[in-house]
Design a protein around this ligand. Structure first.
Ligand SMILES: NC(=O)c1ccc[n+]([C@@H]2O[C@H](COP(=O)([O-])OP(=O)(O)OC[C@H]3O[C@@H](n4cnc5c(N)ncnc54)[C@H](OP(=O)(O)O)[C@@H]3O)[C@@H](O)[C@H]2O)c1
Length: 417
């Protein structure tokens, strides 16, 4: 039986989905209504005038519409649309990661109770192909042990531009905004929040639970300087913003932060606004994907896959369980670190720093003293061998109080797996 679809939002993504539906690309689905806020706004192509409306609540309760695609952007409106449409008996597709990451519990519970479909591939476009893979993995004998991923195209574009074109962070951000890769307010992207939403969704999927985990550490890329990019290059690394989930036993160690990573690794080689994901199961089998993480057509294609599932009446792939995922303490993890100190240019400085490290069992792999541009301090770059995160921070608290330290120390983890 033919199902009628309404798309709420005719913006960047909406235009792609509407175009594909209007061309009849999904057998069994017909585009019936498109809801917008400003009907007078010019659109990339014309639709029959009767199809366009501003009456959102009328559309999501219309008896002749069976499927709602929510693409409004505003999280409050999006959550209201999704939950009301489900309660009105519609199947729903959304691309809003914030509402799936933070209200996924009530959305999935409502859908499960009412036997409705919720599609959300558009919330993690760059790795949406994984959704089937993750579902299979859940059912198979091998558990997923680790996911490491670049999930934010804006941050990756900025870091790639700094690396390739020797631009400062601010110059690379302006370039990303000019190219349409970064919003006017880019904080969700560069502060790591967007990556954290996507990790939260993945965490629920791999553990088959609708219950969101507690807070985990999130660091963005706002503090990365061109100097760090250059020193990382000298050491044989790229700098990338990654999200990591490690599940050695019962607890999950989850975090978002920049890392130094070898350029010939999957994540280290990802350029521009692409996303990438690497998954390792408990048997040590590793697989990975690289794909665009945003944009009209990449996002529309992910959404269309949800719509195909609805048209073919496949089972929804959202998590069904409600177990709480215990989060591990990342202070217990061992990492290697890149450290950039700003120290006074005098003898004995290195001995003072090494003396503190020695007390915390932190040993150094490399030390590079650089010529300073400032008269007040010179940069000293060090890398460590693996050291427990808690010990590293405790040693730095002591080191940062030494008189020889003239500016906050830059700390970036080194990711080698
Ligand atoms: N852009 C991407 O690459 C991308 C990637 C993945 C996920 N997403 C997600 O996809 C969703 C849509 O993003 P977008 O970039 O397409 O947003 P957008 O370009 O800002 O478009 C939003 C659309 O929603 C309409 N709208 C807003 N409030 C409305 C209301 N109260 N009633 C009716 N219509 C309303 C707007 O109408 P008017 O046009 O009339 O103003 C506009 O057409 C967001 O949740 C976003 O996070 C986007």
């Amino acid at each position: 039986m033919m199902k009628n679809v309404a798309v709420i939002g005719f913006g960047n993504v909406g235009a792609g989905v509407i175009e594909l539906l209007w061309q009849g690309r999904v057998a069994g689905l017909a585009l019936k209504k498109v809801v917008v806020k400003h009907p007078e706004k010019p659109r990339p192509f014309e639709l029959p005038p009767a199809m366009l409306t501003t009456e959102i609540s009328k559309v999501i309760s219309a008896p002749d519409i069976q499927v709602i695609v929510e693409l409004v952007g505003d999280a409050k409106v999006a959550a209201e649309v999704v939950l009301t449409a489900l309660k009105n008996g519609k199947d729903v597709v959304t691309a809003n990661k914030l509402i799936i990451a933070e209200k996924g519990d009530s959305i999935f519970t409502t859908a499960a109770k009412l036997g409705r479909f919720v599609g959300f591939r558009g919330t993690f476009v760059g790795c949406h192909s994984l959704i089937h893979e993750l579902n299979e993995a859940r059912l198979s004998a091998s558990r997923i042990k680790r996911i490491s991923a670049i999930l934010n195209g804006t941050s990756n574009y900025i870091l790639s531009t700094m690396t390739k074109e020797a631009k400062s962070f601010d110059e690379a951000l302006s370039e990303a905004q000019r190219q349409g890769y970064a919003e006017q307010d880019p904080s969700q992207d560069i502060d790591g929040i967007d990556t954290a939403y996507k990790l939260r969704i993945l965490l629920g999927l791999i553990n088959d639970t609708r219950r969101p985990p507690g807070n985990f550490p999130i660091e963005g890329i706002g503090g990365i300087t061109l100097q760090d990019i250059r020193y990382a290059d000298e050491l044989g690394y790229r700098i990338k913003l990654v999200g990591v989930i490690e599940q050695p036993e019962k607890a999950a160690f989850v975090r978002v932060h920049p890392v130094l990573i070898p350029p010939d690794s999957l994540l280290g080689s990802v350029e521009g606004n692409n996303n990438a994901i690497e998954i390792e199961d408990e048997l040590g089998v590793t697989s990975g994907w690289v794909a665009p993480g945003a944009g009209r057509y990449p996002t529309s294609v992910a959404i269309i896959k949800d719509l195909v599932d609805i048209a073919q009446e496949r089972k929804p792939l959202f998590p069904q369980g409600d177990a709480l995922i215990p989060l591990g303490d990342i202070g217990e993890l061992q990492n290697r670190y890149y450290l950039r100190f700003s120290v006074v240019d005098q003898s004995g400085v290195l001995a003072q720093i090494c003396n503190v490290f020695w007390q915390y069992n932190a040993s150094l792999a490399t030390v590079m003293q650089k010529e300073g541009r400032s008269r007040d301090f010179v940069p000293v770059v060090m890398t460590t061998y693996p050291v427990k995160e808690r010990d590293l921070w405790q040693s730095l608290t002591e080191i940062n109080q030494l008189e020889i330290i003239k500016a906050p120390t830059q700390v970036i983890r080194i990711y080698e797996r």
